[in-house]
Design a protein around this ligand. Structure first.
Ligand code: DAH
Length: 339
């Protein structure tokens, strides 16, 4: 009989089950009222006295093994179910991904880059922390030049030589120092000016600078390049170049595009003239070329600079520049469909 119990112990230890029913059947078979164990316990009184001890111990061993097996299988099943509850059906298709959107400043920047890359301009970048030479002096803006007042500057700590660049024209200088003509480059980037924040201006904004240096570059090349650009970006083909002044270009001009006077908004944004100012430009001043080790007798070129926020505000009819920096999801989400 003891051998029979031992066989049961081996069976119990080897037993496995994957469902609740199987475990329950196993429990009833061994530990139930009419189960195998109670059968052995009932036999106890018939066991010869000298075997009682052995018998009792072996039956108890079987009972413990059966109980432990039931507990172990239940626990394993519970944790499997828990996992299923957490992860659900792992073969189910996943939730659709929330697609983010590009920031309008990035969208417009990328459009400008694409338009100019199509006519052979590359993209260059400079650092946001600049020295006086690259931001001002090399651009024909020596110390005490009154035009410095046009760009209220953030200086770094107490060193008047180190500042946050006030325009991306500083990249012109760096590019000319590091590269030989012919040069065709545009430089997008962030610029900083110590200005009061309002609906129209901010102390941090973005510009794109353009620079074209080669032999025999003329003002006509500048005009054609900008006409191509405005056609591509705004779909408008009427432009005018108004005489202006920048220390780094001679002659200098501002480019206006004819926006039209079809709607009330057109009247408002063009102040009733139909014309909108888009950018500053001109022929690179010979002094600037010299400062960058380019011989002005051999080379000439043009440059231009524009504000990305201003253009984005026009294209998307955004009335307040501060919207760009607040990261309000309700604003940003509206650009979801744009590439
Ligand atoms: N740097 C000027 C500004 O920040 C913009 C500008 C005007 C850039 C004329 C140029 C230029 O390259 O030729 O207002």
């Amino acid at each position: 009989m003891i051998d029979k119990i031992k066989e049961h112990i081996t069976d119990v230890k080897a037993f496995n089950a994957t469902t609740k029913e199987e475990i329950e059947n196993f429990r009833i078979k061994y530990l139930g009222k009419k189960g195998i164990l109670n059968g052995f316990f009932a036999e106890f009184k018939n066991v010869p006295n000298e075997q009682k001890k052995d018998f009792g111990q072996t039956v108890n061993e079987l009972k413990t093994a059966a109980q432990e097996k039931v507990d172990e299988l239940k626990e394993r099943l519970d944790s499997l179910e828990e996992e299923k509850g957490v992860y659900g059906d792992l073969s189910r298709p996943s939730e659709p991904l929330e697609i983010g959107s590009r920031h309008p400043i990035s969208i417009v920047k990328n459009q400008i880059i694409e338009i100019f890359s199509n006519i052979g301009f590359n993209v260059s970048e400079g650092s946001e922390i600049e020295d006086d030479w690259h931001n001002f002096t090399a651009l024909n803006l020596p110390e005490y030049h009154p035009a410095r007042d046009m760009q209220d500057t953030f200086f770094i700590q107490t060193d008047p030589d180190i500042l946050l660049r006030t325009h991306t024209s500083s990249v012109q200088v760096r590019y000319m120092e590091d590269n030989k003509p012919p040069i065709r480059t545009i430089s997008p980037g962030r610029v900083f000016r110590n200005e009061a924040i309002s609906a129209r201006s901010h102390c941090i904004f973005h510009q794109v600078e353009g620079l074209y240096i080669d032999k025999n570059v003329s003002f006509a090349d500048l005009k054609q390049t900008l006409l191509y650009f405005t056609k591509q970006l705004f779909g408008k083909s009427k432009i005018r170049l108004r005489p202006s002044y920048f220390p780094f270009t001679e002659p200098s001009a501002e480019l206006d595009i004819y926006w039209g006077l079809e709607t009330e908004t057109d009247y408002r944004i063009t102040k009733g003239t139909g014309w909108l100012e888009i950018l500053g430009c001109g022929m690179v001043d010979p002094n600037v070329l010299k400062n960058c080790n380019i011989d002005p007798k051999e080379y000439s070129g043009f440059a231009f600079g524009m504000g990305i926020e201003r253009i984005a505000m026009l294209l998307y009819q955004i009335g307040d520049i501060r919207m760009f920096y607040e990261n309000d999801v309700r604003f940003l989400e509206q650009f979801k469909s744009s590439i």
